[in-house]
Design a protein around this ligand. Structure first.
Ligand code: SF4
Length: 390
């Protein structure tokens, strides 16, 4: 195979275990009863990686994201089995980015040093808020001090690429308390910050309490978002995506694959893939997943969905995902990919948002301004074909 035939690929590995369940979280994760289920899950993951190893010849994996859940809840020997299986089954590029989600209070210096030696090059750590009251409201099990200790341990262990997750829109949060959290995080000088607005998802404890939660109102949330963009810019962080900010050279390669319609393979229960021209996702049920791989032995029963993607859907995705990025989308690139005009598809409708400063257009690229990003869902629903607007 010639070098130019090799395609880039991202791997996502889902670890569905947490030390406790946060009140807002609808990710597929739970508190494991014992180590037995974790051992079986890791064995099933190894089998699934072996299953896909053949299909992935012809691909060079340049990003791996081990997320969840909280991967560092796995006993260290099991987590290292997962990492070893990645190295064994896939062809990884020399500069591969391997991210591990590692929550404070689930890692120590010795463990972090071992993870660094095993090839983990990037850590993603959830702070969410620097205030005890807000952390308690979210159901987080760590304190700000736990976080600062873990962050300092990560630096001592050699990690020079760390992301911190923060949230705005938390119950009882004010613009001032959010700013303080932002300062606490920025002062640690992480290379990357992800700042997401809290969403009240169906099926979570917050959903049950939704009518009584003391949430900030829309104006306050908007203030927090704009504060975030301005304050992080002043501290040298470039907003490269709606919710993501990075020092120069530290954009998250793995997440960029999602926003630029790159190929990725998801492994594990509830993991999604866009691979080989099809979209597929595994069941949100650890037992079906494990039995499918361990007992049936070929993994075909683990899929909850499997679909080819139509050209129209690809076009909508190109617009929806590409506009999440600060650079936005290029008319020339759209035509090169699809042979169609972006202006015909949705550009003319996007033009309507230029005069009021929500969208910019430089003759080739459409992009959201920060205030456009804040209302991007609304704008997208008004410019895309109805069936793909969500
Ligand atoms: S630690 Fe993360 S994945 Fe686990 S329950 Fe909390 S938010 Fe969800």
């Amino acid at each position: 195979m010639r070098k130019t035939d090799i395609k880039p690929l991202g791997l996502y590995i889902h670890i569905p275990f947490c030390a406790s369940k946060c009140a807002y979280c609808d990710f597929y994760s739970f508190v494991p009863q014992d180590e037995e289920i974790q051992r079986h899950y890791v064995s099933a993951l190894q089998l699934q990686m072996e299953d896909f190893a053949g299909d992935c010849r012809g691909y060079a994996v340049d990003s791996v994201f081990i997320g969840g859940g909280t991967p560092t809840v796995l006993p260290p020997k099991l987590l290292h089995r997962v990492i070893d299986a990645v190295w064994r089954n896939f062809s990884l590029t020399d500069d591969v980015e391997i991210t591990l989600e590692a929550n404070p209070a689930t890692v120590d210096l010795k463990g972090l040093k071992k993870l660094h030696r095993a090839g983990i090059s990037r850590l993603s750590m959830g702070l969410q808020s620097a205030h005890a009251r807000e952390l308690t409201a979210l159901g987080r099990i760590h304190t700000r001090e736990d976080f600062e200790r873990s962050f300092s341990d990560a630096r001592d262990a050699g990690f020079d690429n760390i992301n911190i997750d923060l949230m705005y829109g938390i119950p009882q949060q004010t613009a001032a308390s959010f700013l303080k959290s932002l300062d606490v995080a920025a002062l640690l000088r992480p290379e990357h910050l992800s700042v997401y607005g809290l969403k009240i998802e169906e099926g979570t404890p917050f959903w049950t309490m939704r009518d009584t939660l003391p949430l900030p109102d829309e104006d306050e949330e908007y203030t927090m978002y704009m504060q975030c963009v301005e304050h992080l810019a002043m501290r040298g962080y470039e907003q490269y995506e709606i919710s993501n900010f990075a020092q120069p050279g530290f954009r998250c390669r793995h997440n960029l694959k999602y926003w630029t319609c790159g190929e990725y393979l998801g492994l594990g229960a509830a993991a999604h893939s866009d691979f080989g021209g099809a979209r597929f996702g595994a069941v949100r049920d650890i037992h079906t997943y494990i039995d499918g791989l361990e007992l049936v032995g070929q993994g075909d029963t683990v899929w909850a969905e499997h679909a080819a993607i139509s050209e129209e859907e690809r076009k909508s995705e190109f617009v929806m995902l590409g506009l999440r990025l600060r650079e936005g989308i290029s008319c020339r690139e759209f035509t090169a990919r699809f042979g169609d005009s972006l202006d015909e598809f949705c550009g003319r409708r996007l033009q309507a948002y230029v005069p009021d400063g929500f969208v910019t257009f430089d003759g080739d690229r459409y992009a959201f301004t920060p205030k456009g990003m804040y209302v991007s869902n609304y704008i997208l629903s008004s410019v895309l074909p109805m069936e793909y607007a969500e």
